[in-house]
Design a protein around this ligand. Structure first.
Ligand SMILES: *[C@@H]1O[C@H](CO)[C@@H](O)[C@H](O)[C@H]1NC(C)=O
Ligand SMILES: *[C@@H]1O[C@H](CO)[C@@H](O)[C@H](O)[C@H]1NC(C)=O
Ligand SMILES: *[C@@H]1O[C@H](CO)[C@@H](O)[C@H](O)[C@H]1NC(C)=O
Length: 405
């Protein structure tokens, strides 16, 4: 009944709109626009990128473009922002990204606009709505945990996960991914194993495009049946972790000059924000730490107390002008001033060496002295012995001679 009424209204609208705009306007005063029909959500297997389609409501189908144009307002619940998103399109289909682990809720309105509506937009009072529930297949509680992708220095993308504690033994997990350039979802090019179990995927040899949604699904099979699939969607430029850099420090005219370079590789230098950490040991032995955010790759400090040792290190991440978010790089090796505290370690070693050398020299001297003495004694004995022999011989002979005589 209501549909028929609307239809007649619109037909009337179409017939009369060319005559006088005044009458047209009078007609548009009543709500006569139906919402679209046959709203459908279909999954082409793109891991969350869903097709939504609908057909033109019967009452609008007969309107000529000279009279009024029909446009559709599509509203869908965005699970990422937890709010409704709205788009307007003249077509009768749309594609959007959804989280397949949650309800997908879509509403579509019809809007009419044109000479017949006197420049105002008429919106259907009601909408057509479809709610798609998650498939809910798989062993309950087996969704993976802590799924995390890191795009190391914009060169190596790795995604890792942890299996749920409820995952049955001897399960085999698989990762699939899809993005706009692919016709269908593909499997991970190279799995990362830990303890013989798949725990991540390495995309180094299969680069993924940036500034476009990449959809991931981790599913799997187990002796108890299929594992419950987990879905993730991200853009890789928001997962960059720059390489750590090297920090140089020098003292010039009472100023501490800090300087560091940009990491080699694909990360654009102008995209990096820097953070310098200054650790200083106070006179009471307490460490004082402060962090400084910088855009440039150098930094000078005047108020450094000579006595207190200061250490610095630096790290970087992508600025908000280049990516929505980024991981901090690892810290650089610390650079300190004064460089190294006087370490008294090598000295005892040297002293010991000197002592050993001295002892060795003394020992050698003593040995030489002894040998010399012995030799001297022996030589003096050798020269003495023949003499005494002769004398004794002479003495004996003389005694013999004396007794013979
Ligand atoms: C069209 O609408 C405007 C207000 O939006 C009104 O002032 C004007 O009179 C209307 N014109 C006709 C022809 O109805
Ligand atoms: C609007 O449409 C929805 C279904 O699309 C229906 O459940 C609801 O009752 C309608 N509301 C009105 C006021 O007609
Ligand atoms: C995992 O997902 C992929 C892609 O949707 C599908 O081809 C595969 O059959 C699924 N595997 C299991 C065990 O469900």
């Amino acid at each position: 009944m209501a549909g028929k009424l609307c239809l007649t209204h619109l037909m009337l609208l179409a017939l009369t709109c060319r005559e006088t705009a005044v009458r047209c306007h009078a007609l548009t005063g009543s709500p006569a626009v139906d919402p679209p029909e046959d709203l459908l959500i279909s999954d082409p297997g793109h891991l969350g990128h869903l097709d939504i389609s609908w057909s033109v409501p019967a009452a609008v189908r007969n309107l000529t473009p000279e009279c009024a144009r029909s446009v559709y307002q599509l509203e869908y619940f965005n699970t990422n922002t937890h709010s409704w998103s709205a788009v307007r399109t003249a077509r009768s289909s749309y594609r959007a990204q959804f989280d397949l682990m949650k309800d997908v809720r879509v509403r579509v309105y019809t809007l009419l606009d044109g000479p017949c509506t006197n420049g105002t937009v008429i919106k259907s009072q009601n909408y057509t709505e479809v709610v798609r529930r998650p498939a809910g297949t798989g062993v309950v509680g087996t969704e993976v945990q802590d799924f995390l992708c890191v795009y190391q220095n914009m060169e190596h993308l790795e995604c890792r996960w942890r299996p749920s504690p409820k995952t049955p033994a001897h399960s085999l997990q698989s990762l699939y991914f899809w993005h706009r350039e692919l016709d269908r979802a593909e499997e991970c090019p190279e799995y990362i194993l830990s303890g013989g179990v798949r725990s991540g995927c390495d995309f180094t040899d299969k680069p993924l495009p940036d500034f476009t949604d990449i959809n991931f699904c981790v599913n799997g099979s187990s002796p108890d049946g299929p594992l419950r699939p987990s879905f993730f969607s991200l853009q890789i430029q928001n997962h960059v972790k720059p390489e750590p850099t090297q920090l140089h420090l020098q003292v010039e005219a009472g100023q501490l000059q800090l300087q560091w370079g940009r990491p080699a590789g694909r990360v654009p230098g102008h995209c990096l924000d820097w953070q310098v950490e200054h650790n200083q040991e106070g006179p009471d032995g307490k460490m004082k730490s402060e962090k400084l955010n910088l855009q440039q790759t150098s930094f000078a400090l005047t108020s450094v107390h000579d006595k207190d040792r200061s250490c610095f290190r630096v790290r970087s991440k992508l600025s908000k002008y280049c990516a929505d978010r980024s991981f901090w790089s690892e810290w650089s090796q610390p650079a300190c001033c004064p460089e190294e505290e006087a370490v008294p370690e090598p000295e005892p070693d040297l002293v010991l060496v000197y002592v050993y050398v001295a002892i060795a020299i003394i020992a050698m001297l003593v040995v030489l002295l002894c040998v010399g003495l012995v030799l001297k004694v022996r030589r003096s004995r050798k020269t003495k012995t023949p003499d005494s022999l002769l004398t004794t011989l002479f003495a004996r002979n003389s005694v013999v001679v004396a007794t013979e005589a």
